[in-house]
Design a protein around this ligand. Structure first.
Ligand code: SF4
Ligand code: SF4
Length: 576
């Protein structure tokens, strides 16, 4: 049967058909839906882990125990998982293990543009890269075969365009895969130097064998010989652009992007007059192929930044001058905190008190934008806590009294907790704010250990953040309502002036969680309004200026009442 599927959905289907029984992940755009779709299959145990390192370790344990297992994350999540990942190539697997990583060229929802193919090379792990949803499905099954045949984890690399585009897929029955027997084997699974040294030799032999065999993987690495004046080596979504623009060119499409099929590439290169490499992000094919003495044209005409397009290929290879509309002339539409977002009140107070903040990754990162301008930094998950400690150690105790660290509930569990331990252990006095909106908001409302539900929707114990903070040695933990700016202000003044570390938990659910909630918009009484603009300072998209008046757009307002707390003249009133 054929149907249309998102790339991420096809990955999940591929896992199902491949007989996967355990799937683990931490959400992160563009990979999140993989695990949400997997959770829909009753035959697969699926979970959100607290972070990618935990997910990778759970997956490795499951594979060692004999189950076909998948683990999914976005590209920066691989950084978090890197520790077990690198050694997983040494231990190898028992049941097959596939690691799905989704890169984000163009940074649609990421803090950097790193290329996961570097991880495949650095960790000596083979990597497949599909070019559409059907390949996403079939490559999953192929990846498990390779994993078990070569005793190695296998990467599947996706990019945003593959993850979030739809195309036709061929569905098949689920393969019945029995659990592999588990046998204790310390030489294989205990990676101390004694056993790791010989394993490194095995890893190198395995990769050399795979590089040799890759030239025979004609289902993955395909040659389309046509006009031999121009040859193109490409993979993933750029393959689709090449085919659209240059249907008559000869193409070597790499489905296995690590290790590269050297013989196949040498043979292809010998048959074409001019050879181009079309690869988004880093020159990973290009550098290897050039090192083999093959002349190619790559990054001298292409960029290492952002997504490619058919237009770009038409311009750079065919030399066409295209008349393209300049996207920069369109009005900018930066993302903003939603109307009714509980984070808004916190940033309003921080700005009022002139308090700086080390920020983190989540919806609350949007508080960096005007008019709130509530955070000074945003680097990585958990960094909002640990970086604060660094600021304190660099500038001293008085300086840090005008700073806080901002972290979300899911991010605190992900990797903020260790930064808090560091603050206590190393005698910091910093104040951390956990913006607890009872969900993993930015990636689309996934459950986490603080929400009381798991990925399958079952009720589970709620992680008590107050008790957790106290348990690591924070004596001053208080919970505030972010819709009460005065309460927040009092808490911030008291906690930041302590000679001890403290935590303020701003607790209110994400506005979008309760879809049945009755929302009564407010309005501005134009007779009472003095046009002081105080309400504009909270940056709510529902508060707008029209014909010189301040108005509330009742299509956007959710009636959270925050603006009534900042209007000094009581001009904002409840509607009917
Ligand atoms: S206009 Fe006021 S009540 Fe309405 S959503 Fe914005 S802050 Fe909340
Ligand atoms: S804060 Fe109140 S008085 Fe000032 S502009 Fe807004 S609605 Fe008018």
């Amino acid at each position: 049967m054929k149907t249309i599927m998102l790339g991420n959905q096809a990955i999940a289907r591929g896992a199902y058909e491949a007989g996967v029984t355990v799937a683990v992940a931490y959400p992160g755009t563009p990979s999140t839906e993989i695990t949400e779709f997997v959770a829909g299959y009753d035959d697969i145990y699926a979970e959100w882990s607290p972070n990618e390192k935990v997910a990778m370790e759970v997956a490795l344990g499951s594979a060692m125990a004999g189950a076909r297992t998948m683990v999914s994350m976005k590209h920066v999540g691989v950084n978090v998982a890197a520790d077990p990942l690198f050694t997983a190539s040494y231990t190898g697997i028992n049941g097959g293990l596939v690691i799905c990583t989704a890169d984000d060229p163009g940074m649609h929802s990421s803090q950097n543009e790193q290329d996961s193919r570097y991880y495949a090379r650095a960790a000596h792990i083979p990597m497949l890269e599909p070019a559409d949803s059907n390949e996403a499905l079939s490559y999953m099954k192929r990846a498990f075969d390779i994993s078990e045949a070569y005793d190695t984890p296998v990467f599947i690399r996706l990019t945003t365009r593959i993850s979030h585009s739809q195309s036709i897929v061929q569905l098949n029955e689920r393969e019945v895969v029995e659990l592999k027997p588990y046998e204790k084997n310390i030489e294989k699974n205990v990676m101390m130097p004694l056993y790791a040294r010989p394993k490194h030799i095995i890893v190198e032999k395995r990769m050399n064998q795979l590089a040799e065999d890759a030239s025979t993987f004609t289902d993955l690495n395909t040659v389309e010989m046509k006009d031999t004046k121009v040859g193109i080596i490409t993979s993933g979504v750029p393959y689709q652009y090449v085919k659209e623009v240059m249907p008559d060119a000869s193409v070597l499409k790499l489905g296995m992007v690590h290790p590269l099929p050297k013989k196949l590439i040498e043979d292809f290169a010998s048959k074409v007059d001019r050879l181009y490499i079309v690869e988004e992000l880093e020159p990973i094919f290009e550098e290897q192929i050039k090192a083999w003495g093959i002349k190619v044209i790559g990054k001298e005409i292409f960029t290492v930044q952002g997504e490619y397009s058919a237009n770009m290929i038409e311009e750079r290879i065919l030399g066409k001058e295209l008349e393209l509309r300049d996207a920069e002339k369109l009005p900018g539409r930066p993302p903003v905190l939603c109307p009714g977002c509980p984070h808004r009140g916190i940033y309003y107070v921080l700005k009022k008190l002139k308090i700086h903040a080390t920020g983190d990754i989540g919806c609350y990162t949007l508080g960096a934008l005007p008019p709130l301008e509530g955070i000074d930094t945003c680097v990585c998950m958990g960094g909002g806590v640990s970086m604060l400690h660094g600021v304190e150690k660099a500038r001293g105790k008085e300086f840090i009294k005008k700073w806080v660290g901002i972290v979300g509930d899911s991010t605190f569990v992900h990797s903020g907790i260790t930064g808090l331990v560091d603050i206590v252990y190393n005698k910091g006095i910093s104040t951390v704010m956990i913006l607890d909106n009872s969900t993993t908001g930015m990636t689309g409302h996934q459950e986490n250990p603080t929400t009381g539900r798991n990925l399958k929707g079952e009720e589970v114990p709620v992680l008590n953040l107050v008790a957790l903070c106290k348990a690591v040695g924070i004596h001053h933990v208080r919970v505030v309502n972010p819709f009460k700016p005065k309460e927040v202000e009092v808490a911030l003044k008291e906690e930041t002036n302590r000679e001890e570390p403290s935590v303020i938990i701003a607790s209110a659910p994400c506005e979008l969680l309760d879809k049945k909630k009755k929302r009564i918009p407010l309005y501005v009484n134009q007779e009472t309004c003095r046009k002081c603009n105080m309400c504009m300072k909270i940056g709510c998209p529902a508060i707008q200026k029209k014909d010189g008046n301040i108005i509330i757009n009742d299509a956007l307002c959710v009636g959270c009442n925050l603006c009534t707390k900042v209007c000094p003249f009581g001009a904002i009133e409840k509607g009917e």
